[in-house]
Design a protein around this ligand. Structure first.
Ligand SMILES: Nc1ncnc2c1ncn2[C@@H]1O[C@H](COP(=O)(O)OP(=O)(O)OP(=O)(O)O)[C@@H](O)[C@H]1O
Ligand SMILES: [Mg+2]
Length: 389
């Protein structure tokens, strides 16, 4: 067995069994000299864990240093001295920076919210992960249709972690920085990694388009590989959330770079009802629309969360401007939000209006709301739902 020298309390050294942690030292030095912070952190984390049995105090000191690194804010930016980067020629801002605002949790399925909570837990309990020699998860790829809440979730994460949110639209960045994309992108990444933050990479699939484009062999391709490399060496005190509407464009190698990948779906019925309730909030105080919200939630299948919010907003505006009942306004606005509908859907709406309001709403009104003739309304009411459902 190989022995090593370890300091005793009095400063003398005693022989202790040498685990293989010494072999990590050259790797640590190589990573440090290459300026690869992420690698330094990863190797130092392992070093701390492996040396703990023989050198508990030194191991703890390494763990403390890592924890400080993860928690430490750059004093320049907290003092407001580091302004968000701008394009040198146009002076236009390269990123949008938002200070954390209090955001309510997005309305998502239990499974989706579970993944996000787990991801947040990594940051919140990173000290215990680090002292156990485990690197906390710091990157999350969100995929899903427009309006399902990807950006909202990014804001929520920043708000929960009380970190600033740095928003970079990758697609615009890659197309508008032509010629100096490399320089600008690096400026943005340097800014983001200068202190703890959530870097939100929107339209992340733009990367894949550039990577695969055979006609594009120059600057942009190089920039894209810079960005992908950065993802791997991102410091653990920073969070990266990327969002895409087109996950099919991303290859496996890109997915692998993320600690978590979460597909956000369009809201199910219960989530649609919760979204309506939340959005209408105090507006519905004193007005009993519970039953209507349930019915509207049932009829709005296929809408994104953003569309459900928009439906609530439109109905509230109409209710105020027309001094009308909110329940009616919701039904009036629903067909417009649903877009092109099948006859079966129109039939369901017509019958729901009738069963909610009875004779208080005329056939003509229903016809106007749904955008069909009064005779079609008659037909729907008397077919009892047999029109091709
Ligand atoms: N799951 C959700 N819970 C609560 N509100 C939501 C949710 N999804 C969307 N919204 C509302 O809709 C707005 C728009 O959603 P958001 O911008 O997050 O969608 P997105 O998935 O980023 O869409 P895009 O792909 O078009 O960028 C949000 O600001 C929020 O008000
Ligand atoms: Mg978005």
């Amino acid at each position: 067995m190989v022995f090593d020298r370890a300091p005793t309390r009095g400063g003398a050294e005693r022989a202790v069994p040498n685990d293989d942690f010494v072999s990590l030292i050259p790797r640590l030095i190589r990573a440090a000299l290459a300026g690869d912070i992420r690698r330094v952190e990863a190797v130092a984390t392992q070093l701390s864990r492996r040396m703990r049995p023989a050198y508990p105090r030194v191991a703890q000191s390494v763990a403390d240093t890592l924890a400080q690194q993860w928690a430490g804010a750059n004093p320049l930016r907290t003092a407001g001295l580091l302004e968000p980067p701008v394009d040198e020629d146009s002076r236009l801002s390269l990123v949008a920076v938002e200070e954390p605002a209090l955001e309510l949790a997005p309305v998502l399925s239990d499974r989706e919210i579970g993944t996000i909570s787990r991801f947040l837990q990594h940051w919140k309990e990173r000290d215990s992960l680090i002292s156990s020699g485990i690197r906390p998860a710091t990157s999350l790829l969100l995929e899903g249709d427009p309006g399902v809440g990807k950006t909202y979730t990014g804001r929520f994460i920043a708000s929960e972690l009380e970190l600033p949110l740095i928003l970079l639209d990758v697609s615009t960045a890659l197309s508008s920085y032509l010629g100096k994309s490399g320089h600008n992108l690096r400026t943005v990444l340097d800014y983001a990694r200068s202190s703890p933050s959530v870097l939100f990479l929107d339209e992340f699939d733009a990367i894949a388009k550039r990577r695969d484009d055979p006609s594009d062999i120059g600057e942009l391709k190089r920039v894209v590989s810079v960005l992908l490399r950065e993802l791997e060496s991102w410091p653990d005190y920073g969070i990266i959330v990327a969002a895409t509407n087109h996950p099919e464009l991303l290859d496996k190698a890109i997915f692998r770079r993320f600690d978590y990948v979460l597909e956000i779906h369009r809201p199910a019925r219960a989530a649609r009802e919760a979204l309506l309730r939340r959005r209408l909030g105090e507006f519905v105080d004193g007005e009993d629309v519970s039953e209507t919200l349930e019915v509207i939630a049932g009829l709005s299948d296929g809408l994104s969360a953003a569309d459900v919010c928009k439906l609530a907003d439109r109905a509230m505006r109409r209710a105020v401007l027309d001094s009308a009942e909110l329940a009616k306004c919701l039904f009036e606005e629903l067909p417009g939000m649903l877009g092109e509908q099948t006859s079966a859907t129109r039939g369901r709406i017509v019958r729901a209006v009738r069963s909610t309001f009875g004779d208080k709403v005329s056939i003509r009104e229903i016809a106007n709301w749904v955008g069909v003739s009064p005779s079609t309304v008659h037909h729907h009411l008397h077919s009892g739902g047999r029109e091709g459902e």
